[in-house]
Design a binder for this molecule. Structure first.
Ligand SMILES: Nc1ncnc2c1ncn2[C@@H]1O[C@H](COP(=O)(O)OP(=O)(O)OP(=O)(O)O)[C@@H](O)[C@H]1O
Length: 411
């Protein structure tokens, strides 16, 4: 392997050639911090004929944020780059503020990219971000997904995100900005040692650790993780998928390495419930243990039933009973139900109405029947489409086999 180019900007330009060489128009997300300001300058010099636009998200969380967004706007204009300020209108106070802000930021930027026909949005993550994340996650005992580096690109929220600066260090970028007499905004939270990330940043400096080497280690872990994803996708081919259930052959599952078993279980649960996020690690570990002992277990709204020959994943009836019909005709995040006449409603059949629905003749296991959608007029049962197909509604699963394989690959 040849040694990396000593000039960080040359490395970033080479990354841009590789990641965005064929893109006619790209966006840059600039917070005003040193990293993203450097990114803006490097891309603007590199762009040669490409359309480049800049956006700043004003989260409205600090009193200075509108002025900072304005400052970025002036810097962008001085480089002849069109700039937009995207304001976050916070809809609810619920959940983790930082995670919500990040999610909202990515959604706002993705919408902006789509409106402006930008093929991708570049972000200013650096080798230091990789190194700090690796150290933080090591300390927390994270699994391989947590330790793996951020990828150079990924598709999410309907847009492509590029990180062309992962091979550059924060300090060398700041030296470069100073040499060009370019200013940036120092976010005071970057000094706040209440944040794990800042404490780890100080520790890396204090120990004199090589940031580039740590970032490379994270990249190697990322490659190992991708190899595992590939292997997990092969293992997923043994699954029987359909009618709202996933069945894995027990023998093949039990002889797979633990990480593959974990992935299959997490993906099967997400496939059943349509959850955006995997179950928590501790809950997943508990589920895996139960499966190994041959015990039935529920995990985030999925019922897992191991037998001698197979492992069946179905919707947990109690969770299905809590599901309300959504306006778009989707029920329980699993089924699309259309053609419902006025006066009819959907809710789970429930364990108390199995006899009423003559489930025994259907051949469907008890739990699956109880969790399946039923059509009601008031309190009167009209139909249970999965048990006795036919009018009055059409019912289609939201996810198929390809979606399961995609979830197994995801991390
Ligand atoms: N408010 C924001 N508006 C636009 N882009 C942002 C904003 N916050 C973060 N980003 C983008 O996401 C990247 C990573 O975010 P992160 O929070 O790690 O950076 P930061 O601490 O805001 O500082 P920097 O701009 O120096 O990267 C940034 O480099 C930038 O590209």
């Amino acid at each position: 392997m040849s040694a990396p180019h000593p000039d960080p900007v040359a490395r970033i330009r080479a990354n841009l050639d590789r990641l965005a060489g064929d893109m006619p128009a790209i966006g840059i997300a600039v917070s005003g911090g040193g990293d993203s300001v450097a990114l803006m300058h490097v891309i603007r010099d590199w762009a040669a004929g490409r359309r480049v636009m800049v956006a700043t998200v004003d989260h409205g969380l600090r009193p200075e944020s509108p002025a900072e967004a304005k400052q970025v706007s002036q810097w962008a204009k001085a480089l002849d780059l069109p700039h937009a300020v995207l304001k976050w209108q916070r809809e609810s106070e619920a959940g983790n503020l930082m995670a919500n802000a990040r999610d909202a930021r990515l959604r706002l930027l993705a919408g902006w990219a789509q409106r402006n026909g930008l093929a991708a949005v570049a972000l200013g993550h650096t080798a230091d971000d990789q190194a700090e994340t690796l150290m933080m996650r090591l300390g927390r005992g994270s699994g391989i997904d947590g330790l793996a580096a951020m990828a150079e690109w990924r598709d999410a929220f309907g847009t492509r995100w590029l990180r062309p600066m992962l091979t550059a260090g924060r300090a060398e970028l700041r030296d470069w900005l100073r040499a060009r007499e370019v200013g940036w905004i120092d976010d005071p939270s970057n000094e706040n040692e209440d944040f794990d990330r800042i404490r780890f940043r100080r520790a890396i400096e204090g120990l004199g650790l090589d940031v580039a080497a740590l970032a490379r280690a994270a990249a190697h872990i990322g490659e190992a993780r991708d190899a595992l994803s590939h292997y997990a996708a092969l293992a997923a081919r043994d699954a029987l998928i359909g009618r709202g259930r996933i069945v894995l052959p027990r023998q093949a599952f039990s002889t797979s390495p633990p990480e593959i078993r974990r992935r299959l279980v997490v993906a099967a649960c997400r496939w059943i419930t349509g959850a955006d996020y995997p179950p928590r690690r501790a809950a997943t570990m508990h589920g895996l243990q139960a499966i190994a002992s041959g015990n039935r277990v529920t995990l985030d709204g999925t019922l897992i039933e191991p037998s001698a020959s197979e492992i069946r994943f179905v919707r947990e009836p109690a969770a299905a009973l809590r599901a309300a019909a959504q306006e778009d005709g989707i029920w329980d995040n699993r089924w699309r139900i259309s053609g419902l006449e006025d006066g009819l409603r959907v809710s789970a059949l429930g364990p108390d109405n199995l006899t009423l629905a003559r489930w025994r003749q259907s051949g469907l296991p008890r739990d699956e029947a109880a969790a399946s959608p039923a059509i009601w007029r008031g309190d009167a049962l009209v139909a249970v489409p999965l048990l006795r197909p036919g009018p009055p509604v059409e019912i289609q699963p939201l996810r198929g086999a390809a979606e399961f394989r995609r979830m197994v690959m995801a991390h």
